[in-house]
Design a protein around this ligand. Sequence first.
Ligand SMILES: [Zn+2]
Length: 238
Amino acid sequence: MRRTTFAMELVALALAVSASALAQTPTATTGKKAPAVQTAESQAALTPTSALEKLKKGNTRFVEKNMRTRDWMAKVPATASGQHPFAAILACMDSRNPIEIIFDQGIGDVFGIRIAGNIVNDDELGSMEYATKVVGVKLIVVLGHTSCGAVKGAIDDAKLGNLTGLLAKIRPAVSASGPGSSKDDAYVTKVAQANVSQAMKEIREKSPTIKEQLDAGTVGLVGAMYDVSTGKVTFLPD
Ligand SMILES: [Zn+2]
């Protein structure tokens, strides 16, 4: 009888530990412990600087083949009742820069706003306003990348249906970069970087809501470039 009670206590303890692990630390099967899902508390404890640091470290883990072990399906119920991501990333739709992977982040960690050429329009500004003002992210990242097809199309002044208008939004970055060819990788990267700067400028100028948070220091805005040949993200100076 005593032994049965003890066994039942052990089962109860195991279940309690398991439930706790599900709520806070989804998994740690091998190697480094997987991060807990973002909570209101963990989000509130971050600053724009520490949020940036998390992304930098995540990309370093990706490049160094040292990504965290994650039990993805454990994160699904752990985030079902709400989300508290710490960053919003405006990135190109390019299939070679999947943001959660290149920054080694899990479910519920970051907002992904992706569109060809990582250009800014009103709907994306609205998404960023929601991310910062309503959900409380600490950082907005504009992520361009090398060998961007949209940037090449803008350099060539390509015309194709609805794409024409999108590429026109990259043309100011082409003009700002001087003459060059879409076949010149260095020039394409130069334009892509100018396009990131252009997007950052537009975010400040076209969203009083975001500008107010940037000026108050509650939210940060950084530009970055992803290198499709190395996997490395380089954050641009202010
Ligand atoms: Zn692209």
